[in-house]
Design a protein around this ligand. Structure first.
Ligand code: DER
Length: 236
C-alpha cells in the first residue's frame, strides 16, 4: 500500500539520519508510523541497542518498545533525551504540527521538549502549507474531567466552531480517557486561527482545565515525509 510504504520511507530515512551509535536515550512516539521507526532501529543490531534505553509516549508506544525487545526507560530516570521521533497529523511549512490523533499528545510533548533533537515522520498526506488544510478533525486537547462542561464552554468562547469530547464509540459507552486519566476534546477552529498556531496554542493553554494541546510549535527540528513516488521530502 502506498501510504504504508511512504510511512516506512519517512521512518527509515529519519532513523538513518538521526539515530547513531552515540544516541542512547531515544523517545518513541505514538501512531502507525513509529512502528517503522522501531523496525529500523532494531535493524541496527543488538550490540548498539543493548546500550540504549527507549522512552515511550503511552501504552501503544510502550508495547512497541517491549515487543521489539528493546530496553524500556522511564522519563523520570532519563529526563534528557538524545532524540525523539514521532508522527504527526498535519505539518505546516514552519514545522508547526497538529498532534493527538491518537490521544497521546501530552506525553508526546513532554518527550519532544525533553529531546535535544525532535523529528517528525509522516506520509505525504500530512504535508501541508498551513494547519487545518488537510486535517479537518480539529485540535486535540487533553482536559481534566472535573469541570469539563465549563471547560468546553471556554473553548467555544475562544472561537471553536465545534469542541466535542472524543467518544470511545462502539468500544465503550462514554468518552475516551487518556493515559493520564483525562478527557480528549477535538476542537475545530476557523482557518484564521489555525494559521496562527502559536497564538492559538497560547490561548488554549491559558484555559482552566486544559492540560495540553495538540499543537507543537517551534519544537521539531525536521520533518521527514515519504512520498507516493518513493522519494522522501525533508523539511527543516
Ligand atoms: O497522535 C499523534 O500525534 C500520533 O503521532 C499520530 O497522530 C500520528 O499518526 P500516524 O498514525 O499517521 O503516524
Amino acid at each position: 500500500a502506498p501510504i504504508e510504504a511512504a510511512k516506512r520511507l519517512a521512518a527509515y530515512s529519519a532513523v538513518d539520519h538521526h539515530v547513531h551509535e552515540q544516541h542512547r536515550v531515544i523517545g518513541i512516539g505514538s501512531g502507525s508510523t513509529v512502528p517503522y521507526v522501531v523496525e529500523r532501529i532494531v535493524a541496527q543490531g543488538e550490540d548498539v541497542n543493548r546500550n540504549r534505553v527507549f522512552i515511550p509516549t503511552g501504552f501503544q508506544s510502550k508495547n512497541l518498545i517491549v515487543d521489539a525487545g528493546l530496553v524500556l526507560g522511564d522519563i523520570e530516570q532519563f529526563p534528557e533525551i538524545d532524540v525523539t521521533i514521532d508522527g504527526a497529523d498535519e505539518v505546516d511549512d514552519h514545522l508547526n504540527c497538529i498532534k493527538g490523533g491518537g490521544g497521546c499528545q501530552y506525553r508526546e510533548k513532554v518527550l519532544a521538549e525533553a529531546a535535544k533533537t525532535f523529528i517528525l515522520v509522516a506520509d505525504y498526506r500530512k504535508k501541508s502549507p498551513a494547519l487545518g488544510t488537510t486535517w479537518s478533525h480539529g485540535v486535540p486537547l487533553e482536559i481534566v474531567p472535573f469541570g469539563y462542561a465549563r471547560c468546553l464552554r471556554s473553548i467555544t468562547a475562544l472561537g471553536a466552531t465545534r469542541a466535542p469530547l472524543r467518544m470511545a464509540g462502539a468500544a465503550k459507552a462514554g468518552p475516551v480517557v487518556s493515559d493520564n486519566g483525562n478527557f480528549i476534546v477535538d476542537a475545530v477552529f476557523p482557518d484564521a486561527r489555525m494559521h496562527q498556531p502559536a497564538e492559538l496554542l497560547r490561548d488554549l493553554k491559558a484555559l482552566t482545565g486544559v492540560v495540553e494541546v495538540g499543537l507543537f510549535c517551534g519544537v521539531a527540528k525536521a520533518a521527514y515525509f515519504g512520498n507516493e513516488d518513493g522519494s522522501v521530502t525533508i523539511r527543516h
